[in-house]
Design a protein around this ligand. Structure first.
Ligand code: SAH
Length: 367
């Protein structure tokens, strides 16, 4: 029997427009400019979830909004964990794809920070094309970029679900944020602007596996956001083994881009460095890393490898982790050894996998 699929054109999310976009939209719809301010106020300050609640707009204007946009909160398919612990939200997108966003409480956040803050780890793509050999996200490949509204929507939706205000964001969820640079930049504007989510630029960290030209482009935007590099090896020899992106942008090219970054931004760069037994955890590796970090005045986050089902990598013994850290500390590098959180619910770094919803429930996408 033939079934005809209803053609549902997906409406864009209202959370994907900047104030300038709304001004243009108002003008195109024969409205005065100040309507743009009213709309963003309803969305980000008053937090209405329906266009009907935008009561200072005419009925006609509300209808236009309804015909052209969806309000943009993402439906939660599953929320694992508790408010005191790392908590993972699985959201459904309009096309049925699933993405994850991880809420990390202060005592567990990525810097070992104890300030009482919450950090949200946001996804930038469905899947990932970069295929780092140790990471679960790359296992099933790349599906698509997230839209601006889907990036902002993760933050809005977690605030909506928890009643909390998110003040810190790391782009360390699924995907390579710099491979979705145009949308990322727009999302950063919405998240950072006072008319939008008003999250301080210094409280937003973009993490990349090392896309040198895109780092240079992001350096040029006038926001003091932070940069984290998933380095994991201080030499081409090590990086070539575990990160295919290094073939395209070898370490020297990457560091050229980081120099450019340093000329534009005031904050220290962070190197993320997973400790993988027998791959990058020798004391010589530590010495190479110390040299690289010193030159750039970067700080280092050491992350004992989180096991990924189906992959053979292991974390080194505690003693080896400490010895590695000691070399950095003795070289006067600001370095931390990350305390592991969220491992039990597969929400730790590198454990976010592509998932699909089927009639049987949620399944991990076959590799
Ligand atoms: N693609 C970007 C954003 C993802 S961040 C980037 O690579 O930076 C996710 C972080 O988790 C990266 O630093 C990544 O290298 C790290 N990671 C991946 N697999 C991991 C694992 N199994 N254990 C610990 N960290 C891991």
């Amino acid at each position: 029997m033939e079934t005809t699929q209803p053609t549902t054109a997906f409406l864009p999310s209202a959370l994907g427009l900047t104030l300038d976009d709304w001004v243009r939209w108002a003008e195109a719809n024969g409205q005065p400019k100040f309507r743009a301010r009213q709309i963003v106020e309803w969305l980000y300050q008053k937090r209405v979830t329906s266009f009907d609640d935008m009561t200072n707009l005419s009925r006609d204007l509300r209808d236009r909004l309804k015909r052209q946009f969806v309000p943009g909160l993402l439906p939660v398919v599953r929320a694992a964990g508790s408010n005191d612990t790392t908590r993972k939200f699985l959201f459904r997108l309009d096309d049925g794809r699933l993405i994850e966003t991880v809420r990390i409480p202060a005592n567990a956040n990525f810097d070992g920070d104890r300030s009482g803050r919450i950090t949200l780890c946001v996804s930038s793509q469905v899947g990932c094309a970069y295929a780092c050999k140790f990471c679960a996200s790359g296992l099933a490949g790349f599906t698509r970029n997230l839209e601006v509204g889907e990036i902002v929507g993760q933050v809005m939706s977690v605030e909506h679900e928890t009643g909390e205000s998110i003040r810190n964001i790391v782009f360390m969820g699924m995907g390579e944020p710099l491979a979705n640079l145009t949308r990322l930049t727009k999302a950063l504007e919405i998240l950072n602007s006072d008319w939008g989510m008003n999250i301080g630029a210094r409280h937003m960290t973009v993490s990349t596996s090392g896309l040198a030209p895109q780092i240079e482009k992001l350096a040029a935007i006038p926001r003091q956001i932070r940069l984290a590099i998933s380095l994991h090896g201080a030499t081409d020899k090590v990086r070539d083994q575990i990160m295919p992106v290094n073939k395209k942008y070898p370490i020297d090219r990457l560091f050229e881009a980081l120099d450019t970054w340093g000329r534009h931004k005031k904050q220290m760069i962070t190197f993320e460095y997973i400790l993988i037994e027998g791959v990058n955890d020798s004391l010589e590796d530590a010495a190479e890393l110390a040299l690289r970090a010193k030159k750039l005045h970067a700080k280092v986050n050491l992350i004992p490898y989180n096991t990924v089902e189906g992959l053979q990598w292991k974390r080194p013994e505690k003693d080896q982790q400490e010895a590695f850290l000691a070399i950095l500390s003795n070289a006067n590098i600001t370095a931390t050894l990350r305390r592991e959180k969220g491992h039990d619910i597969d929400a730790a770094c590198g454990q976010l996998r592509l998932q699909e919803e089927t009639a049987e429930g949620i399944i991990e996408k076959a590799v």
